[in-house]
Design a protein around this ligand. Sequence first.
Ligand code: GTP
Ligand code: MG
Length: 205
Amino acid sequence: FFAKPWVFVRGVPALKFLPPEGPPEIAFAGRSNVGKSSLINALLGQKGLARTSNTPGRTQELNFFVPDGYGAVEAGLPPIVLVDMPGYGYAKAPKDHVDAWTALVFDYLRGRTSLKRVFLLIDARHGIKPNDEEVMTLLDKAAMSYQIVLTKTDKIKPPAVDRLVAETLERTKKRPAAFPSLIATSSEKGGGIDDLRTVILSLAE
Ligand code: GTP
Ligand code: MG
């Protein structure tokens, strides 16, 4: 279904607007500006499907995407749903906005039964930050399976990517819900995108 177009079906600004639990969901989580929306566009080969921006805080709702044909209720349930999330850790936005996005992200990650995997995106230039650790701890406590995805690897040299991969695996190996392997990606150059698709296909119904 990666050959077909995908469509945006719903933006969820608060937990009470979530669709009922249903088909498997995969969420893209991470600090603001890490490249969540860009990665979804690269995966689906559709520039501009998920809105991206140079300015952190672009995505402000949980945005749900499904393969085309499943956008209508009468078409039945999609085999998989991708969820673009607001970023966390963006200090410059108004505090009440940040609090609302963070609550939405944390509550969804903690309590959503349909959520089968979280891709936790880490900027290859910055590595794991304290707020990423906080999210990992939350996911560990919720026993919610997550996999680290390094983003923007085109911005650092290949040996630095190798070092970061080793260091990141070392830092996450004792975490109970962390997946034992990670995926290094570049939405710009296409690196790692096929590996990510393989994981998504394996979780589809
Ligand atoms: P928020 O929605 O604000 O939390 O951000 P986001 O995580 O969705 O990031 P977004 O996809 O909007 O990308 C942020 C910026 O990083 C944009 O200017 C992108 O063009 C850039 N970017 C994303 N992925 C890559 C990548 O793989 N390589 C490079 N060089 N730039 C990237
Ligand atoms: Mg975004």
